[in-house]
Design a protein around this ligand. Sequence first.
Ligand code: NZQ
Ligand code: ZN
Length: 387
Amino acid sequence: MRDFTFFNPTKIIFGKEVQKVVGEETKKHGKKVLLHYGGGHIKTSGLYDEVIDLMRKAGVDTIELGNVVPNPRLTLVREGIKLCRKEGVDFILAVGGGSVIDSAKAIAAGVLYSGDVWDFFTGTAVPDQVLPVGVILTIPAAGSETSPGSVITDWENGNKRDCDMLRPVFAILNPELTFTLPPYQTACGASDIMAHIMERYFTRVSNVDLTDRLCEATLKTVINNVHKVLNDPYDYDARANIMWAGTIAHNDLLSTGRIADWASHMIQHELSAINDVAHGAGLSVIFPAWMKYVLKSDVSRFVQFSVRVWNVEQSFDNPEKTAVEGIERMEAFFRSIGLPTRLGEIDIRESDYERIISNCKRFDGDSVGNYVKLSCGDIRRILELAQ
Ligand code: NZQ
Ligand code: ZN
């Protein structure tokens, strides 16, 4: 196990009706608040009216900016920065999923910066002063409610990039707010949560028994509960377990003492930059292909994954067979919850490969990933396996 510092100061408020504290929590951090949200599900669910009312009762002056889209856009971030400066906003409340939270983080980092916010995403500047951000989460998926990351798309130039900016000061997690999630969004969220765990699970660092077991338990929790919520969207306990797993998966606890991989995420971001595919749907295509490609570099880790997570019976004579069966079970699981597992299903063509490969390389120097350092040729072969 490697040395580490674990610091995750986000205050988690979890359970039924917990959004009721949003006004009081916000008041501790700001006087003038930007309420940031997406395409309108919070209006149809009634959450928008409830939040506005709670802010008013708490005496918090609130302005708003909606219309964040999945794979959130740089253009809206820039608009949000201008608005916050003009109105003297000192706190941002994100109500929604990873896209809304990431957009809020980018605005929070851009407001106090004299240059263009995209500088943070290209690595030419580092955010040092940021506005505080609070969250009411409505979809367990990205883990942005406690992660420092923000992922923003410059759609005009076909770039999707990430940057570590800030961790929210509080995250309000009420599983009841996820009852309205459509099956596809529920499944995409599950895939992203699983990907966050697997990026950490596949490591070259040895003797990480505790985090191995925590990863396996969190993965099994998601796997065991997804079908329950697809069968009954109002199953509170299943929604609650998935929601908490989504936060645990990406709050960095599971990577303590390890080096995570992230190649599948890097490749996935390039798919979304081409055709706006949902992040979780891109991951259910790329992750199995990545696994098939790197499997031989450490068969024993894949055997452990297959046996402990996918209940594959271990073949001592043929460990590779055990390893492959785990990957096949994972693919079958993704299909069973309505997710794609081939590039053709998400409209990525062979003619897109060069762009995907060159973008991955442009952002990350010589290689992508840590478990296996992927060259351009490796990425091409992974894309071919996902065909
Ligand atoms: O726009 P609204 O109306 O809010 O609808 C959203 C959106 O259409 C809908 N939705 C959310 N909660 C709902 C709901 N619909 C009904 N009922 C509810 N309770 O779901 C759709 C998807 O929302 P989005 O926020 O895009 O989903 P997600 O949380 O998966 O976020 C995806 C984004 O997060 C980034 C991804 O790249 C992608 O851009 N990521 C951010 C990370 C981070 N900051 O740490 C890490 C991740 O790896 C990921 O890259
Ligand atoms: Zn992700």
